[in-house]
Design a protein around this ligand. Structure first.
Ligand code: ZN
Length: 501
């Protein structure tokens, strides 16, 4: 490959990356420490920086360099960082230049109004207020998708923005196989005696909760020299480079799991970013492979490790010592059952491991239906409620607990939801492989030893950053593409034991 041209391209890409990372610092500040009065200035600063980085990236200088270098990569090792960089740049560049600025501006305006209206509609629990906004957003999304025709489904280009290379038919097939098995499992659980988890709602000192979360993720291997934790209204993780990856948490003094499991979740995202190879820094490859792969890592640490018997065998004595008044009467076994209680609920973000994916499938089917035209926006509340009844056995009493609960559609984030459920599936596929490679992993966890696990994840997943597309990475690591069977097996073994099914 022409070394001079490649370096020229890299220099331009580094600069854009720096602007994006600086933009991320401002976004982090907005969510954590910025006083309320900063909102207008900050919105303008973010918009200006986004405009600058978008303008730089879509320049013909970059386009020409990508085109020239692309013609040379056929003869080079397909897995080299440089070849992968050119491929990813080619893909994102072609997407970025095809979308007219007028459509970007119109969509951004519709979503900004959409979000304000959504808040009002949710507060009043009245979907009809939000309906015209969502209709406009769907029309604009259709217009966007059509730019990338031909496709098998009009939903494909939206999905591709979050999961490069994944197709609507793939996701449908995966979920069609998964859905009946998860529905059956929760029906079986519903017939069993309800687990008492009331001890989780006792009063837990906030500072002590924070300390515990920090202890747990320090043991996991979160690198505090390259990260920090702050408070925010909605927890998230964000990175400004491999050397600075931050997480946030929110605390509820009357609900222990929120901060604790939230911290394990966000640390999973953050340790992924901290583990990316230095060779990929300042490029688009220096990030996680996709949202689903990212979610597989947060779920692995939060659920597969964080809600396992092995982990609490190690960590429960510390928790009990921290909150003796609240937990001295609760055995390890009852605590373990309490944090794994299954109950159908209306709100996705509060759903347990066994019901969570059903919330996602319902949304995915609706999104595909809206885009393909088989579902109209006007029908959404009734479609929503009937699917809730069918999958989870419950019917929301109002729109706020139903179709209006998530902000994603108001933000124009259509194509996003399935990544949450796919992440769950991938997390178990990876976990199975870890168990083959480190057969005593569970007894290591019981002893509070996580270095072999983190080392495995770094080597096999984290280091690669976004070099491989999600399906390619899963295939490479586990020997098969995204597959629901291991997840179904994991759920039935775990809950079979907890609920004596
Ligand atoms: Zn997450």
């Amino acid at each position: 490959m022409n070394g001079k041209k490649l370096n020229q391209l890299k220099e331009l890409i580094y600069e854009i990356n720096d602007i994006k990372m600086a933009t991320a610092v401002l976004a982090w500040d907005q969510e954590t420490y910025m006083p309320k009065g900063g909102i207008q200035d900050r919105a303008e600063q973010l918009s200006t920086l986004n405009k600058i980085s978008h303008g730089k990236f879509t320049s013909s200088e970059i386009g020409d360099l990508i085109k020239e270098l692309k013609s040379e990569i056929k003869s080079i090792d397909d897995e080299s960082n440089d070849v992968r960089l050119i491929r990813v740049l080619n893909r994102t560049y072609n997407k970025a230049v095809k979308v007219p600025a007028s459509l970007v501006a119109e969509t951004s305006k519709a979503c900004s109004i959409g979000q304000q209206t959504w808040i009002e509609a949710k507060n009043k629990s009245d979907f009809s207020l939000f309906k015209p906004c969502l209709e406009l957003i769907i029309e604009l999304k259709k217009e966007y998708a059509k730019i990338f025709s031909p496709y098998a489904s009009i939903y494909d280009p939206l999905l591709d923005d979050f999961e490069p290379g994944l197709k609507t038919t793939d996701v449908k097939k995966i979920f069609n196989e998964l859905r009946p098995q998860q529905v059956k499992l929760i029906q079986q659980i519903r017939e069993k005696k309800e687990i008492d988890n009331s001890f989780l709602f006792r009063e837990y000192d906030i500072e002590k909760q924070l300390g515990l979360g920090k202890d747990a993720i320090t043991k996991f291997g979160f690198d505090w020299d390259r990260g920090r934790q702050d408070k925010s209204a909605h927890p998230f993780s964000i990175n400004f480079g491999i050397g600075d990856v931050r997480i946030t948490t929110r605390l509820d003094k009357n609900y222990l799991p929120m901060a604790l499991f939230g911290t394990l979740h966000e640390a999973g995202h953050a340790m992924y970013e901290q583990g990316i190879s230095q060779e990929l820094r300042r490029t688009p490859l220096g990030h996680g492979a996709s949202l689903a792969i990212h979610e597989s890592q947060s779920r692995l640490w939060e659920n597969i490790i964080g809600r396992s018997k092995a982990f609490w065998t190690y960590f429960y004595p510390e928790l009990q010592k921290t909150f003796p008044k609240n937990l001295s009467d609760i055995s390890l076994n009852n605590f373990y059952k309490g944090i794994n209680k299954v109950k159908s609920s209306f709100i996705r973000v509060e759903a347990d491991e066994a019901t969570y994916n059903l919330h996602i499938m319902l949304r995915l089917e609706i999104e595909i239906g809206l885009m393909e035209g088989s579902i109209s926006v006007a029908d959404l509340p009734s479609v929503w409620n009937s699917k809730m009844k069918e999958y989870l056995g419950i019917t929301p009493k109002n729109d706020a607990d139903g179709v209006l609960q998530d902000i994603h559609w108001a933000m124009g984030a259509i194509g996003y939801f399935s990544t949450y459920a796919l992440g769950n599936l991938v997390s178990v596929q990876i976990w199975e492989k870890i168990n083959q490679d480190i057969p005593d992993i569970s007894s290591q966890i019981e002893k509070g030893e996580f270095s072999a696990l983190l080392g495995w994840l770094r080597k096999n997943i984290y280091a690669h950053g976004a070099k491989f597309e999600p399906q390619e990475l899963v295939q490479k690591v586990t020997g098969s593409k995204i597959n629901p069977a291991p997840y179904v097996k994991y759920l039935s073994e775990k809950y079979g034991e907890i609920y004596s099914l």
